[in-house]
Design a binder for this molecule. Structure first.
Ligand SMILES: *Cc1c(COP(=O)(O)O)cnc(C)c1O
Length: 433
């Protein structure tokens, strides 16, 4: 499979090149040249297949030309060492629980897949040392760091905004040591993302060391996120609830919903989608006006969605050829203030006994407001509520239980490198390493 850039000014890349480069040379995002449609027979029988079997079929459509079958099967099965089940919240609203992985958020799926695919390519190549740079607003860092922890030949630098991620998120990438370095940037998430993007564009730095990205822009991270939408459909079909299925994705950088839209393009019978935003309403405004106007990000209690210029908008725009009415015919939007998120968490807990995290709360609320008669909604519960324990406990007035695998991180000791937001300083640090 060849990959083209959404900016159209960079040469086509192989999967291997697209994974190692992350961002295309013209600053565009890579897109697969073709998106294969899966046969009707697959969808007819999908409810009888396991999550891993479903994911392997989807993975073959994306990666089957570039990775041999047995290695790909192993990568998929190793990645999905945990389930992504659907849980009933109300009669017509289900939660797609994406928090059963090692760092309790959906990013485990893409990060674990990418770590294994990159290792596959590095082994093919010989012993080149690769440096993974990742900007995080909270959950990416932990998922990527844990996905790569202890992998020979790869060093990971996690850049995060100082004081703007929760203590629990922070300990999941600052306490690991080994091949993981946490870089604490005096700025916001967009500053971290700018440092990473600048590093990839800097010729001198790239001649000095081999850099790759593990942000949601990387095809090896965002495409595997399609796996669990197929699984959600399968499990809902088994319940007899898949006929008019609406999928709602709490969105920040828009990688997760873009993967869902790729699934739709492959034939996954989802009726329509909702992108739920917090107060960072750039995509919501685009849906209303047809104009895409990035802004500085605003800090909210759903902090992994605090993105003022979502990277994957370029992929959505490309997928629908810039046709605003094509986008609005399949996706609607929603935007919620922190107060509305709090109110939703309280209400959902009181009515259904289900504990939402602040991100999932946006998804649940958008479905409860927008579902029509006969439709069933599935929203992504993108992280375990215990990852935001202080916030969640104070809102619902109860104690969220901390899962064992999360408690283990909290016992570690924090190590980080402090950094300003100027690229010159970051570059000098990398070169001196
Ligand atoms: C990253 C993240 C999101 C946003 O996902 P995008 O793919 O960036 O849109 C939502 N919720 C949680 C918990 C996250 O970690």
């Amino acid at each position: 499979m060849r990959y083209y850039s959404t900016n159209g000014k960079a040469p086509m890349a192989t999967l291997h090149e697209a994974v190692v480069k992350g961002l295309a040379g013209d600053r565009g995002l890579y897109m697969p040249e073709t998106i294969k449609t899966l046969p009707q027979s697959f969808f007819d029988n999908i409810d009888k297949l396991s999550f891993q079997e479903i994911a392997f079929t989807v993975a073959q459509a994306f990666f089957g030309e570039d990775v041999n079958e047995e290695d790909l099967r192993k990568i998929v099965y190793d990645t999905l060492s945990f389930d992504c089940p659907v849980a009933r919240v109300t009669e017509n609203i289900y939660s797609l629980e994406l928090f059963h992985g090692p760092t309790l958020a959906f990013k485990d799926v893409g990060a674990r897949f990418m770590a294994r695919l990159l290792q596959y390519f590095i082994r093919q190549e010989g012993n080149e040392e690769v440096n993974v740079l990742v900007a995080t607003s909270g959950d990416t860092g932990s998922a990527v760091a844990n996905g790569f922890l202890g992998v020979d030949g790869i060093h990971v630098y996690v850049l995060y905004p100082k004081g703007k991620v929760s203590k629990i998120q922070e300990c999941q990438f600052t306490t690991l040591g080994k091949n993981i370095t946490a870089v604490e940037v005096d700025g916001v998430f967009d500053d971290c993302q700018a440092l990473v993007k600048n590093a990839f564009m800097d010729e001198e730095l790239n001649n000095h060391m081999k850099l790759t990205s593990a942000n949601s822009i990387n095809v090896a991270r965002f495409l595997p996120q399609a796996f669990y939408y197929f699984n959600a459909y399968a499990r809902m079909k088994a319940l007899g609830k898949a006929d008019e299925m609406v999928v709602c994705v709490p969105s920040g950088n828009f990688g997760n919903i873009t993967a869902a839209l790729f699934g739709h393009r492959m034939g996954l019978p989802i009726k329509r989608f909702i992108a739920a935003n917090n107060a960072n309403d750039i995509f919501y405004n685009y849906l209303q006006t047809g104009k895409y106007e990035p802004k500085a990000s605003r800090q909210t209690i759903a902090n992994a969605m605090d993105v003022g210029d979502p990277s994957n908008f370029a992929r959505i725009y490309d997928l629908y050829k810039g046709d605003h009415s094509a986008v609005t015919s399949i996706i609607s939007g929603a935007t919620y203030s922190d107060d509305m998120i709090r109110e939703t968490m309280r209400q959902c807990y009181a009515d259904n006994g289900y504990i939402l995290d602040p991100h999932g709360a946006c998804g649940y609320r958008a479905l409860s407001e927008q579902l029509k008669a006969g439709e069933t909604g599935v929203f992504c519960e993108t992280a375990h509520p215990a990852k935001f324990k202080d916030t969640v406990d104070s809102i619902i007035g109860a104690e969220v239980e901390i899962p064992e695998r999360l408690a283990a991180f909290m016992k570690g000791e924090k190590q980080s490198v402090e950094m300003g937001k100027s690229f010159a300083e970051f570059k000098e640090y990398l070169i001196s390493r």
